[in-house]
Design a protein around this ligand. Structure first.
Ligand SMILES: NC(=O)c1ccc[n+]([C@@H]2O[C@H](COP(=O)([O-])OP(=O)(O)OC[C@H]3O[C@@H](n4cnc5c(N)ncnc54)[C@H](O)[C@@H]3O)[C@@H](O)[C@H]2O)c1
Length: 226
């Protein structure tokens, strides 16, 4: 990835940026001289000297999201991009016909857990960032990490698939709404829909090898229109 992307000094919040796909993306963005903030409930690397600003944030809590945004503004004075990545899955049977009260059957706890992070988290973070974009009078970008599962469904993942489809609809609906009622700020929203990425036991470098297209797409979308 070359400097033509012109991400120098962009302030980019990556939720769930401590592991997985977003760790790979946060590292790449940081390497391109962007100011990267990892907002995650796991802040083990808070003291790591890796050029990334690590902030504790539970995306399912409005208080936590607002506090995170305040810290970013206090440090950088602006937000250019939000990447909503924090997401959870819990493979379970929709119905376990083999027994009653099965631990393998989806239940309301699983539903609340998945929807609170995957959908409510996207709503809270997007709203907070969009308000900031409007205040700053800039073209902000919101990238929502969805999943192929949200378009096609996947076995044993009915709640997760529904949550990712909600993310797709949410992206279309909230951006259209902002565009209609808040003219001139041109907030850009896209979803990224990766397929399953095998990463057990793999390093971040190996993970990046599996998702280069998605990462490039991310970076190109971020770079456009600036
Ligand atoms: N890995 C895949 O195969 C795959 C495929 C399609 C889509 N996705 C999506 O990509 C995204 C990243 O996937 P991944 O496999 O890298 O995930 P991961 O589990 O490796 O990382 C998710 C991160 O989110 C953080 N997180 C969890 N709950 C949080 C909360 N309440 N607030 C803030 N942070 C929280 C975790 O601490 C973790 O750092 C997710 O949205 C996932 O649904 C993943």
């Amino acid at each position: 990835m070359q400097n033509w992307l012109q991400l120098e000094n962009k302030v980019i919040i990556v939720t769930g940026g401590e592991t997985g796909i977003e760790k790979a993306i946060a590292d790449k963005l940081s390497g391109l001289s962007a100011n990267v903030i990892s907002a995650d409930i796991h802040t083990d690397s808070a003291n790591k000297q890796d050029g990334i600003y690590h902030i504790y944030c539970d995306v399912s809590s409005k208080e936590s999201v607002d506090a995170m945004v305040q810290k970013v503004i206090a440090r950088y004075g602006k937000i250019d991009v939000l990447i909503n990545n924090a997401g959870v899955a819990k493979p379970q049977l929709f119905v376990d016909a083999s027994c009653n009260d099965s631990e393998y059957e989806a239940d309301t706890d699983s539903f609340d857990f998945i929807f609170n992070i995957n959908v409510k988290g996207v709503f809270l973070c997007s709203q907070a960032a969009a308000k900031q974009f409007i205040k700053q009078k800039i073209k902000g970008t919101i990238i929502n990490m969805s999943s192929e599962s949200g378009m096609e469904g996947s076995a044993g993942q009915s709640i997760y698939a529904a949550s990712k489809n909600a993310v797709n609809s949410f992206t279309r609906a909230d951006i259209t709404t902002i565009d209609r009622y808040v003219k001139n700020y041109n907030i850009k929203g896209v979803t990224c829909n990766p397929t399953i990425i095998i990463k057990d036991g793999g390093s971040i470098q190996e993970l990046v090898k599996h998702v280069p297209k998605d990462i490039e797409l991310y970076l190109q979308v971020i770079a456009q229109d600036y």
